[in-house]
Design a protein around this ligand. Structure first.
Ligand SMILES: Cc1ncc(COP(=O)(O)O)c(C=O)c1O
Length: 337
């Protein structure tokens, strides 16, 4: 069943849809399984795009309807999410205040100057560097930023980390499932396995709901990048159930629909291991497909490892969902020495 969410919820289109799907020929040959990529990393003209643009289309419509003038969000210093919030604010003519916390200890004097944070500043966002530690909890630093905007006479729109724990956070990737199904019909293929990176949860949660509404079942695997399987599972479950209710799915999301693989998360959030780096090199050298050490490097490493261990059934068609993240690469140059 198609969800047709556009008919039910306002959406401000900010990207070029559908994002392309193409076969990863050389990687498929190397692994002996059929791997395709859905490229949400290149589906937008907004500062290198990524998965947050897809989610923010629904939040932006809400912010505009409420007459807000400032987008306020939070993330790591090299957050892709906050860079995409800055981009959305820029094209909508809004102000933007970003709390950039230190979620990971990355020793590089340029870490808070290049990559995503540089782009956010270029787009006019004010960046406040304070707070530390990754968590899906509501942060005091973010509340303070919202209060400051109010004190200055502005009308803030609050966007949580990853645009995830928000009533509309799951809509983008629930709608994504309709988009995939339409492309499959057009291309005459069916992807029985979908691989996505997962962290703050609404990307996977939306997909759980969207794919869960379809007649033909497939396996959706979230590769944990938070290095905290329990926290990621709790976030995905909460958002999936709230999204299912919001859109009137008319059934409970079952625990077993939420598959989270913790094996490829590396030593911690934001820190790659050798397998992550090897995955990044493989995707780059075989496909010129750029992935990052925080998110997609881990999900591509997971896909490669699973294929090598024979974990995909024979004849599988695997869809790797590329969610962006490459703008952070320069900030992690010393991971590749
Ligand atoms: C490039 C990239 N991939 C994957 C994710 C994970 O998505 P989510 O936070 O919705 O679980 C993020 C953001 O956190 C991201 O920026």
């Amino acid at each position: 069943m198609a969800l047709n969410l556009e008919a039910k919820f306002p959406r401000k289109q900010l990207a070029f849809w559908p994002s392309p799907i193409h076969k990863l020929e050389r990687l498929s040959q190397e692994l002996g399984v059929e791997v395709w990529a859905k490229r949400d990393d290149i589906s937008s003209g907004l500062a290198f795009g990524g998965n947050k643009v897809r989610k923010l289309e629904w939040l932006a419509a809400d912010a505009l309807a409420q007459g807000c003038d400032t987008l306020v969000s939070i993330g790591n210093i090299q957050s892709n999410h906050t860079r995409q919030v800055a981009a959305v604010a820029a094209v909508l003519g809004m102000k933007c205040r970003l709390v950039q916390e230190e979620w990971t200890k990355w020793e590089d004097p340029a870490y808070d100057k290049v990559g995503n944070i540089l782009l956010s500043r270029l787009m006019g966002a004010s960046t406040v560097l304070e707070g530390e530690g990754y968590s899906t909890e509501v942060k005091e630093t973010w509340q303070r930023a919202l209060d400051e905007v109010r004190r200055e006479g502005g009308k803030p729109y609050a966007i949580p980390a990853g645009a995830s724990d928000h009533p509309l956070g799951g809509l983008g990737y629930a709608h994504f499932a309709d988009e995939v199904a339409a492309q499959e019909e057009q291309m005459g293929v069916f992807f029985d396995t979908v691989i996505t990176a997962t962290c703050t949860g609404s990307t996977q949660a939306g997909m759980v709901v969207g794919f869960g509404a379809q007649d033909r079942k497939r396996r959706l695997i979230g590769i944990d990048t938070a290095c905290n399987e329990a926290m990621t599972r709790a976030a995905v479950t909460k958002i999936a159930r709230a999204t299912a209710e919001l859109i009137g799915l008319n059934r409970e999301i079952r625990d077993e629909e939420i598959i989270i693989d913790p094996r490829f998360a590396g030593p911690d959030y934001g820190l790659p291991d050798e397998e992550t780096i090897a995955g990044i090199r493989a995707a780059a050298s075989l496909e010129a497909m750029l992935t990052d050490p925080v998110y997609e490097g881990k999900s591509i490493a997971g896909l490669i490892a699973m294929a090598k261990k024979g974990e995909f059934p024979k004849g599988s068609k695997i869809l790797y969902v590329h969610l962006g993240g490459a703008p952070a690469l320069n900030a992690y140059h010393n991971a590749f020495h």
